[in-house]
Write a protein that binds this ligand. Structure first.
Ligand code: ZN
Length: 222
């Protein structure tokens, strides 16, 4: 399965975006790109951009668009991106989306294909608030879908299971609402351009991957 196209994944927390994006990149033999990985790589290599970004990330602040775009443009100019690539968690803003369009055009790419992984709020709440982690070994359980044998206790090492602050219902609700607010303009932008494909990501990982591959194969024929 070859792509020769930029693929962009959008999806709320709990939709399995990272898992699907990595799997599709592997299926297509193209790089999986996330700006977080790019920044960490630039920092560890000590590049000029890395030096600029390090203190910003160190303070836990958002990296400004111009630095993000410099990093993305440099990354896309490398040979491994010539056959296409998968973006995971980028673009985040309309400004970034418009600049990405310009870069793609300059590099002779056609319009990106944007995959929106859709999951009902009920299902997302269940996936996210059901997640409990072992305080000893880090094993992850879902009290609804993959519960431990004894409630609150890890099957592997008997460690106590704890819920991350991020996974508590009131925090999850806020995370989902924030995602909606941030992403609505982006999905509108790509829908207007006719490049948005919505995939039902409420099913299991394998089933969603099959649906994605179907969309990509259909896309190649058109
Ligand atoms: Zn454990």
């Amino acid at each position: 399965m070859s792509l020769k196209r930029a693929l962009i994944f959008l999806g709320p927390p709990g939709a399995g975006k990272g898992t699907q994006a990595k799997q599709i990149a592997k299926n297509c033999g193209i790089p999986h790109l996330s700006t977080g990985d790019m920044f960490r790589d630039a920092i560890s290599r000590g590049t000029e951009l890395g030096k600029q970004v390090k203190p910003i990330m160190g303070r836990g602040e958002l990296v400004p668009d111009d630095l993000v775009m410099k990093m993305v443009e440099e990354r896309l100019s490398r040979p491994d991106c010539a056959q296409g690539f998968v973006f995971d968690g980028f673009p985040r803003t309309l400004g970034q989306a418009a600049q990405l369009d310009r870069i793609l055009e300059e590099r002779g790419f056609s319009k990106p294909l944007v995959i929106d992984l859709a999951v009902s709020e009920d299902k997302l709440m269940r996936r996210l608030t059901g997640r409990w982690t072992c305080s000893l070994g880090g094993e992850i359980y879902n009290v609804y879908d993959a519960p431990p044998k004894r409630p609150g206790i890890c099957d592997v090492d008997g460690g106590k299971l704890v819920q991350r602050l991020d996974d508590r219902p009131e925090v999850v609700k806020e995370r989902l609402a924030a995602y909606e607010r941030q992403t609505k303009p982006l999905t509108d932008y790509y829908r207007e351009k006719g490049v948005l494909e919505t995939i039902d990501a409420g099913a299991g990982v394998g089933e969603v991957n099959r649906a994605l591959r179907q969309v990509l194969n259909g896309d190649k024929r058109s």
